[in-house]
Design a protein around this ligand. Sequence first.
Ligand code: ATP
Length: 480
Amino acid sequence: MSNVTVCARFRPLNSKEKQNDNSSVCIRSRDTETFIFKDEKDEESVFSFDRVFYEQSEQADVYQFLALPMVRDVVDGYNGTIITYGQTGAGKTYSMEGPGILECSEQKKGLLPRVVEGLFDSLNSSDEKKTYSIKLSMVEIYMEKVRDLFDLSKVNIQIKESKSRGIFLPGVTEINVLDPVEALQNLSKGIANRTVGETQMNMASSRSHCIYILTIQQEFSRDKRTRFGKLILVDLAGSEKVEKTGAEGRVLDEAKTINKSLSALGNVINSLTCGLQGKTSHIPYRDSKLPRILQDALGGNARTALLCCCSPSAFNASETLSTLRFGARAKHIKASPRMNYSEEKSDTSSSTASPPDDDSSARVLNKLTEKFNVEDVKFLEELFIQEGILFDLSSVEEESDIDDLTLQVISLLQAAMEKLTATVDELKRENSILRAKVDASTDSLLYKGAENSSIFQNMISGILTFFLRWSGYTSPRCWQ
Ligand SMILES: Nc1ncnc2c1ncn2[C@@H]1O[C@H](COP(=O)(O)OP(=O)(O)OP(=O)(O)O)[C@@H](O)[C@H]1O
């Protein structure tokens, strides 16, 4: 179990804040981990995080502390997520991208270009002989819809979950990139497609949650093992007090949706950190697209780092306090990252391959092979195809969905067996008519047909019984 790394970052006061309140600030630094916060009533409290980046901190400092260890973990086969969170105008996009991801001074470069360069550096500097590929995807959650920023025709991408892949986005565009320049050029095109608008708080306010997904696959020459790692960077849309920002019309609708999804994220964090020890409580990941997409990062197989971006201005003290409380709460989340390693040799054509799919139908057939002979399994495979039994669990989201699918397969098999039983009965009837008509020498030959049909029926029945037992249906309702 590891904790989420939580850092706070305070940007410099902006020109509006300098005018607003005589430049008064709501924080006083103690050290690199602790500061004193003064709320609207001038009451002071102490906050501690893994690291605090004050106004003069450099982009490189944030990368070194927060993202570089994550880049190394991802190359080592773990999944990682880096999230920027905070009030609108607090510096999330600046921290993530810098003033721009192309043609930006080294000093101002944000996390994203540094992460991309760091990944390629790390992959190229390793001593072990290997081939690797990096794929990019980029989506935004705008007004509760997941849009593909590499293909704007994909406006409502579904969020799915499978055992082997965790949370994934079926059909999302994946672009293979060979070097950092190509990666940043593509990401820059995606960023240009992001929904941005002007608000009272920010001239270029992100009106959506933006999610960058970098998937790394390495195949080692020595033992042909394949290693996967996924790094997700999330630039959240900013929370705002609409009565304070004076949002109206579309901007107001956007703000309400953004606030709602951020509350849903907060509720998930509360549920994850308030649960009674040893008891599993319901975690409301599905209340909104945002926590659902971040499910692995929050409670699953990923290392997670959260950058809480804040304004230092006393004018924004109440928003800053809620950001800091969010970070303090997230600090208590426990994650269980596992290495994504495949022991088997991957397909040689797989420089563009995704992590292995949840090939449940293949697993069913493999299991059956242990119990039945190859012909029987082959027959079952044909039967599945012939009867249109789609046994693809990769799109299944919940246990209850698996139950539904299992019941569906069972009833299809049941119908197939009823059909076969009818055929056997028909054959038997024909056989007895024939037997009465033909002489004793041909009689035994015809009897063989019915005998084979019975074997056939018993075999299906055996497979079905095995399938029912395998799928956990000890007393299936539909098979009585
Ligand atoms: N650390 C910093 N140093 C200098 N300027 C900064 C810093 N952080 C933010 N800024 C500036 O503050 C402004 C707002 O920052 P940014 O757009 O990153 O906010 P945001 O949190 O992403 O807002 P929104 O949620 O509205 O998109 C920008 O002009 C940005 O350049």
